[in-house]
Design a binder for this molecule. Structure first.
Ligand SMILES: NC(=O)c1ccc[n+]([C@@H]2O[C@H](COP(=O)([O-])OP(=O)(O)OC[C@H]3O[C@@H](n4cnc5c(N)ncnc54)[C@H](OP(=O)(O)O)[C@@H]3O)[C@@H](O)[C@H]2O)c1
Length: 282
């Protein structure tokens, strides 16, 4: 991986996703050890949520980081929309902190927008920041109109990032949201950067052009997908893996530099959007 400037903080461009982890006892130790291993190899941004396994993912992450230096980890969790105002917000955060066995989150994300007035949620997140329980707050699954509204409320400009679905097969955010975020110096966290890794969606990994680019760099197609997602130096990808081998591959992908020929070939196979589409979400 490489380090990037994430709103003034130096973080690796490849982090670790943890959805679907922690609930299956037969895989618990394997998944915990893969997360610990990834952090020890430099992937220090960890993404979890109160939603994931109804807290099981946070418990797993807490276990994975317990012997590590907390200050070197950038820990992200998220709250449900129905917890977006007090007293639920503080209660949700305390639950996440307890499960993660930590005193603070580096980043607390509004998982997806609900009905609470943005002004109220922002003001309450700012209060949690003042208390030192979160270092930063941000949003997830917000489209451009949500972002525009967000930055117009008091302290809304303190939003740290937006975490959205982004990979070669799902490029809708490139049409207006990403240019807007760049203009406002707002980095992206790209979730599901490998399209969830198999043929569930777009058969990306079977694409012959992508294979050609991978062969040229002597890496896997998944590594090219990751390198492509973070190519603008202003994006962190948070792939999830249950394999130490894949973890190392993913971390190594953070250093792959795709050249113009590569990007042109990828654009041919997976064209950029030419009109606005509704935000893709999983
Ligand atoms: N904010 C949100 O609303 C939201 C929504 C969805 C996801 N997320 C976050 O984003 C994270 C990642 O998304 P995701 O898990 O849906 O999809 P993903 O990271 O795109 O894909 C995960 C899949 O890719 C495979 N994989 C990983 N590295 C690989 C490699 N080097 N080579 C081959 N296969 C590889 C994994 O299998 P192996 O286990 O075999 O490696 C797994 O099946 C989640 O864990 C979560 O933290 C956030």
């Amino acid at each position: 991986m490489s380090l990037i400037d994430f709103n003034g903080i130096s973080v690796p461009n490849i982090g670790i996703g943890t959805w679907h982890m922690g609930s299956d006892s037969s895989n618990y130790e394997r998944d915990r050890d893969v997360i610990t291993y990834g952090i020890q190899h430099g992937a220090t941004v960890i993404d979890t949520a109160e939603m994931y396994g109804s807290g099981d993912s946070e418990l797993l992450v807490g276990d994975a980081i317990k012997e590590l230096d907390r200050d070197k980890i950038f820990l992200i969790s998220k709250f449900y929309p129905n917890n977006a105002t007090e007293p639920n917000l503080s209660r949700a955060l305390d639950g996440s902190l307890k499960r993660l066995d930590t005193d603070y989150l580096d980043l607390y994300l509004y998982h997806w927008r609900g009905s609470a007035p943005l002004e109220k949620t922002v003001s309450e997140l700012e209060a949690l920041k003042q208390k030192g329980k979160i270092r930063h707050w941000g949003v997830s699954n917000f489209d451009i109109d949500d972002m525009q509204e967000l930055v117009s409320v008091p302290n809304g400009k303190n939003v740290f990032t937006n975490e959205d679905l982004y990979n070669m097969g799902v490029r809708g955010v490139e049409y207006s949201l990403l240019p807007w975020q760049r203009k406002h110096n707002l980095p992206l966290i790209a979730y599901a950067p490998m399209d969830e890794g198999d043929s569930r969606h777009h058969n990306i990994e079977r694409n012959s052009i992508l294979q050609k680019v991978a062969d040229k760099h002597n890496v896997s197609v998944y590594q090219v997908m990751l390198a492509w997602t973070i190519r603008d130096q202003n994006t962190i990808a948070i792939p999830q893996t249950t394999s130490k081998k894949h973890m190392l591959d993913n971390i190594a992908a953070g250093k792959i530099k795709l050249d113009k020929d590569d990007l042109d070939m990828i654009n041919t196979a997976f064209p950029a959007p030419n009109h606005k589409t509704p935000l893709d979400i999983i």
